[in-house]
Design a protein around this ligand. Structure first.
Ligand SMILES: C[S@@+](CC[C@H](N)C(=O)[O-])C[C@H]1O[C@@H](n2cnc3c(N)ncnc32)[C@H](O)[C@@H]1O
Length: 216
């Protein structure tokens, strides 16, 4: 069935105006991945059909078995509202983790609870992120359209890496630019200086996906 709740012949009862599925019809499956509360009440979460009725823990564990070696970091010095959207997209592309650099607290609204299904790691400053990346042997790649940046459209992205985004207003801090091996820009053609960090993160992650996802 679709996310819009279209009925499917074999599936549980659907209301076309609701997302997801209703209560499990008939005898319940004997599988610890299923959540009894969801089986009883239905599953209206924004999850792909494969995970319908699964517990959050079971979904997260399953995603853990096939996460991409891509990490995304975003600076958070002023409670950037884009972080929720970055987390949601990072979940969709099943990245290894999202790293929040700066303030620990971030606005979860845009994440639409997707933060429950992936790893979000906090770093108090860029030095801490850089030390972690160094220990993991992961290059930091800045994403910004600052002078000297390289077009992401034609760049070869490493398979294992960290894409580092700046925040609305200031963009990447000097410390972050310094820590990054290179900085990649997204081509623009209009009058605005930049797109928002959430949109830039999605474009950058997808550039990586086009080069590496689904390959061994
Ligand atoms: C709204 S931008 C602010 C900074 C931007 N350098 C400026 O001059 O307006 C916030 C963040 O979004 C990302 N971003 C926005 N537009 C971008 C672009 N065209 N290329 C790469 N990153 C971009 C960068 O990570 C940037 O730090």
């Amino acid at each position: 069935m679709t996310e819009l709740g279209e009925p499917d012949a074999a599936g549980p009862y659907e209301r076309p105006d609701e997302v997801g599925v209703g209560a499990w019809p008939g005898e319940w499956p004997d599988d610890p991945r299923y959540d009894p509360a969801l089986l009883a009440e239905g599953d209206r979460r924004n999850v792909v059909d494969h995970y319908r009725y699964w517990t959050v823990e079971a979904i997260r564990a399953d995603l853990d078995t096939r996460r991409h070696p891509l990490h995304v970091a975003i600076e958070n010095w002023q409670h950037d509202l884009n972080i929720g959207s970055v987390v949601r997209t990072a979940n969709a592309f099943n990245v290894a983790a999202v790293h929040v650099v700066g303030k620990r607290r971030w606005n979860r609204r845009g994440a639409m609870v997707t933060d429950r299904y992936l790893h979000v790691q906090h770093h108090p400053d860029v030095d801490d992120l850089a030390a972690w990346a160094d220990a993991e042997r992961l290059p930091l790649l800045g994403i910004d359209n600052t002078e000297g940046s390289v077009p992401i459209e034609t760049a070869d992205l490493p398979r294992a890496c960290v894409l580092v985004l700046g925040q609305e207003g200031p963009g990447l801090t000097p410390a972050a630019r310094e820590a990054c091996a290179t900085t990649l820009s997204i081509a623009q053609f209009g009058s605005t200086r930049s797109i928002n960090a959430g949109a830039a993160a999605a474009v950058a992650m997808h550039a990586w996906v086009r080069q590496h996802a689904g390959r061994g």
